[in-house]
Design a protein around this ligand. Sequence first.
Ligand SMILES: [Zn+2]
Length: 288
Amino acid sequence: MDSLLTYLQKAREAKIAIGHFNISTIETFHAIVGACRETRLPVIIGVSEGEAQFFNIEDVAVLVQRVREKENIPVFLNADHFHDMALIERAARAGFDSILCDFGKLPFDQNCGQTQQATKLARRISRGILIEGELGYLGSGSEIHQSVPAGAQVLEKDFTTPEQAREFQKQAGVDLLSPAVGSFHGMAASANEHISIPHIQALREHTDLFLVLHGGSGLSDQDFTNAIQAGINVIHINTELRVLWRKSATQAFSEHPDEIAPYKLLESVGAVLQKHISERMRLFAGQK
Ligand SMILES: [Zn+2]
């Protein structure tokens, strides 16, 4: 099985993006693996610090490695927005393929310093591990906000420039970058999310970092296609899966008030999620 790095290089050459989907429960894990089998496209499973601790970091790593090795399918695992050095160390030891060491809320110099420290720590444990850094703050929480989340840098003056990205890469030693280009985490009820295609193009032309788009939930298919054409290599989707999970679980519970077997109730949730994830993966791979 090729490494995540090889798949990222292939994606960059082919001008397509790999989908990144978060999990905190087993039916979502099965849905992503099912989508990978179905589409035969590479996929990244993400766990935030909260999701990873709910699932248990070591357990989720074993599951992903087992399915990848036994079935020979390109499923990879990313520690998504990790800030805590002890958790970064655990993820590296558990065999994660990549870690987003997120200090994007800090001023530039501190962000560089903390990310560099985390990168060194993780690579001492796992030499080939890929590290993503975040420049610019995208707000927190994969949830439905009333408006743009507090502090999120969605104004053009705050967008990441190629100069900042190169300096950050030089100092922090990252392989992937989550830049501020207008998207934000979660979905906003009363604000339109707008991403700047020229900023993505400039980063693509003037850096060799893999570019990651966070806060994908709520963007249109055309936004995604434009962003991928401009140079995005990985797209993170979380909030819209959470919304779908809740909606389909609520429906299953109300349709079967006497059912008490969790796996029977959650089967339909997994099917709904798999369909959605497969569609997203095909869109990101330019197959739609
Ligand atoms: Zn994110």
